[in-house]
Write a protein that binds this ligand. Sequence first.
Ligand code: GUN
Length: 289
Amino acid sequence: MSAGQLIDGKSMAQDVKRELVQRIDRLESETGVRPGLAVILVGNDPASETYVRGKVQDCRDVGIRSELIRLPESTTEEELLGEIDRLNEDPLFHGILVQLPLPRHISAERVIHRIRPEKDVDGFHPINVGKLVIGQESFVPCTPYGIMEMLRRTGISVAGKHAVVVGRSNIVGKPISLLLQQADATVTMCHSRTKDLPSHTQRAEILVVAVGKPHVIGPEHVRPNAVVIDVGINRTPEGKLTGDVDFEAVRPIASYITPVPGGVGPMTRAMLLVNTVRAAERAAGNVRG
Ligand code: GUN
């Protein structure tokens, strides 16, 4: 049986990082500016600890200066906002990332609003979200940005295609729908209240799944030769990582498919670095798009 080709996010992310090393060297030699990223972690959620360690290591790999600012669970909102004010003014840091989720006594909304939009490398600030909606240049959230980059690097054309997005989160579903539409796809958005999900997903030439539940998409949801992008990262009872798509069952039907792990995740991490370098280039007046 023929099988969908793997879109190897891990090796693609390595390509992106290699390209960034050169871009960072050029920026530094031309302007004296080395990109810097400040990562704030409040509390010690184990998953968040893993994520932020990964982000700091990624920065180290490509030559971005990074600082991990660890604050105790008991940190007040005012204290965290004060830390952001300090980093907003610090010219050594071009990007600020506050790892989510935050402890319950802190409003993520207030915190995100406080980050200067020019330093918002997560692309979560309403200014950046608004710019994305109206098609102005902005910081695009890393996961949807990574998905668009995966499609581009794989040579998959989007214009005129029917794309179906399952999931309507602010971080993935909404922004990827906008980006696909801006790339001239016809986009259908599905979500938890969608009736007869397969009737929609079966029409998808490009299917993006960002629900956060294991194997909600099986072969009965997938159109022959579809490109299947799986954003889910779920842990099975045995402790293994698995996507929102039943990979083994869907792969024979797809033309291309992303694995979990090793698909969208590594590209998400790489795009945070891209956003940070772009923030530094803009701060240095050395914009390359
Ligand atoms: N927690 C899980 N994903 C993310 C992300 O993309 N950015 C931030 N800041 N926190 C997260």
